[in-house]
Every structure is written in structure tokens, then in C-alpha cells.
Ligand binder design. Structure first.
Ligand SMILES: C[S@@+](CC[C@H](N)C(=O)[O-])C[C@H]1O[C@@H](n2cnc3c(N)ncnc32)[C@H](O)[C@@H]1O
Length: 349
């Protein structure tokens, strides 16, 4: 691949994300969803000189493309093929914490959506796959062809917010095995018909993708891990693309920015909770009309940001690996470790 070729994924809410991350020269950042590396490149630009970036993506192909794109910054980047559900383990392994900012730009990239073979889109016919990583065991075909009717209906209702979930599930079970995206999309179209501009299979495809990749569970788990990795005043920035994700992010940031989370009307606080975050933007940030016009895929984007207001504590209890406890038992900011040193240790071969 030619690294000078134009990127085929346009980063969403780019200036807004960089501002919310408060990117500064010499800072350390984690991009948990590297994708086409548009946000990553901007973070590296803005954090230069001396900035460092740990980029994570579950998709090895995305990582490969990002590596090409970030060639120019290779001495400042550490790219890891992994799931952000393992964020803490990854950061401990590479001694990459505390950091000044962590970005999540959720969902899938245009590179993935446009690659017919990945099975994310019903615009092209392809096997029903939808896995971000080939290491994942369960594909969309597995769910479609083996889940019970009740389970299918539940997935389509919960993750696709589809009001015809019961009928769709019944027809899927009646017509299986279904092997390709087009087979599934036309079955759904026959089942519930076409209304409006949005294809009737859109919600079911979203639901299957979320289920295959355990997107909501992974997000919930990663958010709290992220807060532990931030240094004092470090920023957490999340861009989400549907209401289910945004609800999780909103709830998490709200809860973590409150000193007490007792149920309303509890006479005295019994929860002992203390705020670890401060909300940066009271109102969710959405793309401008101009951005939506030039990049229609940005239309559903929602950006939320918060800042850590507590110092790093001794968090050795939360780490299972005793080998790491000496690293973790450090208070406050630590001197950045040279990426070259990390590379020598982990990529010696
Ligand atoms: C919207 S794209 C990111 C685009 C990127 N910000 C850019 O500017 O090009 C989302 C990326 O996150 C990755 N991803 C989604 N869920 C993930 C997870 N749980 N762990 C790691 N990567 C994930 C996808 O493979 C995809 O490449």
C-alpha cells in the first residue's frame, strides 16, 4: 500500500476531539480505536515534539494500514493489535501509563464497511462475518444460524432497537441457513417491507455487529479501565455513533463525576463514592452541518469528554499479575518510558 495515498476513512469530529483531549507537546496518548489513524496522526502532530501514542485496534488489517500511514511517526508510536477490553493489560505490558489522554472513536471504519468481504454491509453480497478480528470465534453467520428464535429476537430488539424483532427472528429461523449479507437483507425486506429512506435491514445488521463484537460489554469494561490509566487532569474522550453506546458513555461519565451515587432521597450518603472525573462539555458535541454534508457518516456522531480530577493511586489491588505490581505502585505522574526501550524488550525478535 502506498502511504501517500489519500486515507479512505475520514476522521469524525477531528478538531473537536483534539481540543477535548487538550493535546500538548510531549504528552502521552492512547487511541483505543486506531482505524485509519486519522485521529492518531492529528494527535501525533499536535503532541510533537516528544509526544507518544499507543494505538490499539482489534482488526489486524486496520493496524497494518495505520502503520503505513504513521510511518513518519514510527519512533513515537506503539501499535498493538488487541481489544480495548484488555486496555489495562496492554498498558501494563508496555508500561504505557499514566497518560494525558485516551480516545475512543467507536464502531467501524469506512475501510471495514467498504470491504465487501467483511460482511458489515448489505450493499455488497458477502459471507455474514462482521468480526472486527479474525481471532474472534463467533461470526454473524453463527448467531443467525444457531441462536434460538427468542435469543435472535432479543438481540435484534436490544441492539438494533427494532420494533419488528419478533417477526424478523421468526422468518430468519424459518429460512435458515442464511449464508450471505444479501440473503439476510432481502429476507428482512420481505418480512417487514420498505418504509422511508433507511433500508429495513439496517437495524438488524447493527444488532448483529454489536452482538458479534460484544461492543457494549467491551465499552463498559474499557471505560473504567481508562480512568485508572489517566494521570491527574488526563482527558477521556469518546465518540459514539448510536444511542446505546452514547447512553453507556453518558451514564459512566455522569456517575464518575458525582461524589455521591446513593438513590435519590437517601437521607445520608451511604455509598462512599467520590468523583474521579469532571465533565468537560456539559452538552454533547455533535458534528456541524458542514461536516455532515461533507462526510454523511458523521451524522450520528456524539462526542463526550471528561477530565480526571484525582491523582493516580496505588492500584496494585486491581492488578492480578504480581509481576506488574512494582510498576503500578507509583503515585502521580511517572517519567515517560522511551518507546525505543519498550520496542527492544517486546519486539526483540
Ligand atoms: C470508527 S473506526 C476509528 C477511526 C479512526 N479514529 C480514524 O481516524 O481513522 C473504529 C475502529 O475501532 C476498532 N474497534 C472497534 N471495537 C474495538 C475494540 N473493542 N477493540 C479494539 N478496536 C476496536 C475497529 O476495528 C475500527 O478500526
Amino acid at each position: 500500500m502506498n502511504n501517500k495515498s489519500a486515507p479512505s476513512h475520514t476522521p469524525v469530529l477531528l478538531p473537536e476531539a483534539i481540543k477535548a483531549l487538550a493535546v500538548q507537546p510531549g504528552g502521552r496518548y492512547i487511541d483505543c480505536t486506531l482505524g485509519g489513524a486519522g485521529h492518531a496522526a492529528a494527535i501525533l502532530d499536535k503532541s510533537s515534539p516528544g509526544g507518544q501514542l499507543l494505538g490499539i485496534d482489534a482488526d489486524p488489517k486496520a493496524l497494518e494500514a495505520a502503520r503505513e500511514r504513521l510511518q513518519h511517526y514510527k519512533d513515537a508510536t506503539l501499535l498493538v493489535n488487541g481489544n480495548f477490553a484488555d486496555l489495562q493489560t496492554i498498558c501494563l505490558k508496555y508500561d504505557f501509563f499514566p497518560v494525558h489522554g485516551i480516545l475512543f472513536d467507536l464502531g467501524l471504519s469506512s475501510l471495514q464497511l467498504n470491504n465487501a468481504a467483511r460482511g458489515f454491509s448489505f450493499q455488497q453480497d458477502a459471507p455474514l462475518d462482521m468480526r472486527f478480528s479474525p481471532d474472534q470465534k463467533v461470526s454473524a453467520a453463527d448467531i443467525v444460524n444457531t441462536a434460538s428464535e427468542a435469543k435472535l429476537a432479543q438481540i435484534i430488539r436490544a441492539y438494533g432497537e427494532e420494533s419488528h424483532s419478533g417477526r424478523i427472528a421468526r422468518h430468519i429461523v424459518g429460512e435458515r441457513p442464511l449464508k450471505t449479507t444479501r440473503q439476510l437483507a432481502s429476507l428482512i425486506e420481505k418480512t417487514i417491507g420498505r418504509r422511508g429512506r433507511i433500508h429495513p435491514a439496517t437495524r438488524t445488521f447493527q444488532a448483529l455487529r454489536i452482538a458479534v463484537n460484544r461492543e457494549l460489554e467491551n465499552l463498559e469494561s474499557a471505560l473504567s479501565q481508562a480512568v485508572d490509566l489517566l494521570g491527574y487532569e488526563g482527558r477521556l474522550v469518546v465518540i459514539s455513533y448510536h444511542s446505546l453506546e452514547d447512553r453507556i458513555v453518558k451514564q459512566f461519565m455522569r456517575t464518575e463525576s458525582r461524589d455521591c451515587i446513593c438513590p435519590p432521597h437517601t437521607p445520608t450518603c451511604i455509598c462512599g463514592h467520590t468523583a474521579s472525573l469532571r465533565l468537560i462539555n456539559k452538552k454533547v458535541i455533535i458534528p456541524s452541518a458542514a461536516e455532515v454534508k461533507s462526510n454523511p457518516r458523521s451524522r450520528s456522531a456524539r462526542l463526550r469528554a471528561a477530565e480526571r480530577i484525582t491523582e493516580q493511586e496505588d492500584c496494585s489491588e486491581v492488578i492480578d499479575e504480581p509481576a506488574f505490581s512494582t510498576i503500578v505502585r507509583t503515585r502521580g505522574w511517572r517519567k515517560p518510558v522511551m518507546l525505543q526501550k519498550i520496542r527492544t524488550v517486546f519486539f526483540a525478535a
